[in-house]
Design a protein around this ligand. Structure first.
Ligand SMILES: Cc1cc2nc3c(=O)[nH]c(=O)nc-3n(C[C@H](O)[C@H](O)[C@H](O)COP(=O)(O)O)c2cc1C
Length: 162
């Protein structure tokens, strides 16, 4: 019998599926914004409008998203590599430093410079191995200034080269 693939090969295979890069955000009860870099963001349904995000169980932002029953997604631009890195590995308390943001309908923070954004109420949570899948009902969404997206491919950031 063939051995099941391990996580290393799985990550490498999934790394060949190029994605955009987003910052997923939520608001703490004490008014502090929280957020992390994410590429597991998918459009799910038009009626109702639903998206999903997949959040690691060890994510320190997860309790904020669950407690506030809301989250926002800001899609990053090609010029946002530093933002993407900061929200992935940077100190959690200073990720929003010198970054302009505002609260949308649910109270979740949205990056002012987002290429596009979605503000969601928490619709459903599904346990999925070492992650939790959060379905969000889109309460508001919009476009920022036109531009090109930041991409993620084979473990690195890239930009579109049409
Ligand atoms: C390009 C990229 C995409 C990522 N996508 C996700 C994701 O979809 N879900 C997730 O839980 N973590 C993802 N991560 C990892 C988180 O950004 C990282 O673990 C972060 O430190 C979590 O922050 P937190 O613990 O403050 O929530 C991604 C990282 C990178 C660089």
């Amino acid at each position: 019998m063939t051995a099941l693939p391990g996580p290393g090969l799985f990550r490498e295979v999934m790394g060949h599926f190029a994605t955009g890069v987003a910052v997923v955000t939520g608001m703490d009860p004490d008014g502090h914004p929280r957020g992390f870099t994410a590429n597991a963001v998918t459009s799910v349904s038009l009626d109702p409008l639903l998206i999903l995000i997949s959040v690691g169980r060890s994510s320190s932002s997860l309790p904020t998203l669950l407690a506030s029953k809301a989250f926002a997604v800001s899609f990053l631009r090609d010029s946002d590599r530093e933002v993407a890195t900061r929200f992935a590995v940077g100190d959690r308390r200073s990720r929003f430093t010198e970054l302009a943001w505002h609260s949308e309908a649910t109270g979740s923070p949205v990056l002012d410079d987002a290429l596009a954004w979605l503000d969601c109420s928490l619709w459903k949570v599904v346990d999925a191995g070492d992650h939790q899948v959060l379905f969000g009902r889109v309460e508001a969404c919009g476009l920022g200034e036109a531009g090109d997206p930041l991409l993620y491919f084979r473990g690195g950031f890239g930009v579109m080269t049409p």
